[in-house]
Write a protein that binds this ligand. Sequence first.
Ligand code: ADP
Ligand code: MG
Length: 573
Amino acid sequence: MDNIKPQTQPQAQNLTDGMHIVVDALKKNDIEVVYGVCGIPVTDLARHLQEEGIRYIAFRHEQSAGNAAAITGFLTKKPGICLTVSAPGFLNGLTALANATTNGFPMIQISGSSTRSIIDLQQGDYEELDQMNIAKPFVKASYRINKPEDIAIGLARAIRAAVSGRPGGVYLDLTTALLSSIMDKDEAAKTLFKVEDPSPKVIPSCESVDKALHLLSTAKNPLIILGKGAAYAQADDDIKEFIEKTGIPFLPMSMAKGLLPDDHPQSAAAARSYVLENADVVVLLGARLNWLLAHGKGKHWNPNVRFIQLDIDPQEIDSNRPIEAPVVGDIVSSMDLMVKGLSKYNIKPQPSWMEGINQDKQKNDAKMAIKLNNNTSPMNFFNALKAVKSVLEQNKDIYLVNGGANTLDDTRNVVNIYYPRHRLDCGTWGVMGIGMGFAIGAAITTGKPVVAIEGDSAFGFSGMEIETICRFKLPITVVVFNNGGIYNGWHTNLGGGPDPSPTTLMADARYDKLIEAFGGTPYNATTPEELTKALSDGISSGKPTLINCVIDPKDGTESGHISSLNPKTILKD
Ligand code: ADP
Ligand code: MG
């Protein structure tokens, strides 16, 4: 099989074809990695990518390949690329592409598609689907390239759409006819170019910056909410300087954890409710007032709070609450001006604000300590997480991927993050299934060890990618928090029949055996001590590792921290 040669080798020296031009255009734009699943009509395209030195990471399912591309976009500020086959492969990838758009991650899904003339007359082609139009509601832009001389321009449009302004997903349709079209090599070379300044600066007006700083100077209880837009922007030094010079407490959204270390004295993460209820001026720094922040209103918020919002997207402003001081710009440019403007204003939280926060933190930390130190057999979420926390404190530069319900919420609260963009999770939609895709994308992009803490249900969405992890020998340690179910594993069939309940999974499943099949390292951990050892061994080995972490099936709240979103009928008892 190794000797199979691509079938589309141009016959004559001075000719090239659509596939080669696509590869050349990607190379010209410094694309280093493509994630995908091969098949008709893109198999040879993937071979040519490899041939030309672009890494091609072959997945088992397109959704995971798409998730890997999306997280690559988040980590690098360059579009992550996912390659899919027509129709079902395209649709499988589309979920990840839509998720990238929702989260503001730059990603391009490139898909082969079947014969246009047959699709348009709905005459029933192999994998017939009008992919370009179907993608439109889920992406920032959706394009089709029909002519080989348009490939470079088509890719440029896709790159610009993905990374400029608020980043997001872009769909790029390559027809079978295009991929096999022939063109003169020299003419094709002339069409190639590198996109100039794909993500131009958006500099906010000085007036808007002054207004924001002035409003902040009137605050007694100011708060800065850091969102993943701030993490994405890579304005890490200016953000740190602004927060430390002003002394304003900060609250990191999940994927903004680590922008400043979680043990920073100004972190208000452990006093979340207290700061939302009491802050009088809130700076939204690359964070949206969506469901994750209760839309900025209701019982969680000080009703008189006034907002400053820094965002690249003018339409985000006033989306849920009136924003008194919008600063529309990219966060690098905006934070530069915000830091420079500081000397003109006297910005100082009142001393009682930080004191109140510290008292609340101490109270909550004490409550948390009781949960973490409560040893049970079998383990529960918290004593297992205490073990995870202790190991990760020794590996502060680890990339942490996290998915599930309780596994997600509790890990977020327990495990500190110390570096920017080191916590990768379900993001804005609160989705399940990003686990192995994000883990692989992070490992490939950074070359660093990755730990994925996954609920047993969450893991199932992308579990087959364990083979991908082993095939590429990636330094990923997966910990499956196995409590035998979605949320938990104790429910019964309300109809009394023999089928397991809708939320029941197999509590006695040995997920570790999965990785054994592919030559990785398995562990079964039933105590915090076993978990500590397995996790530290897994990380230090640098080899694919899977730990089945046995959790009490009775532990786990329905819907984790968002039970209120789950409508309830009256349950039979
Ligand atoms: P979180 O879930 O962490 O609150 P969101 O994804 O809801 O974060 O919000 C991120 C916000 O950051 C979005 O409104 C997006 O427009 C904005 N954003 C993304 N990148 C940048 C950037 N480079 N500069 C400014 N704003 C950005
Ligand atoms: Mg579970």
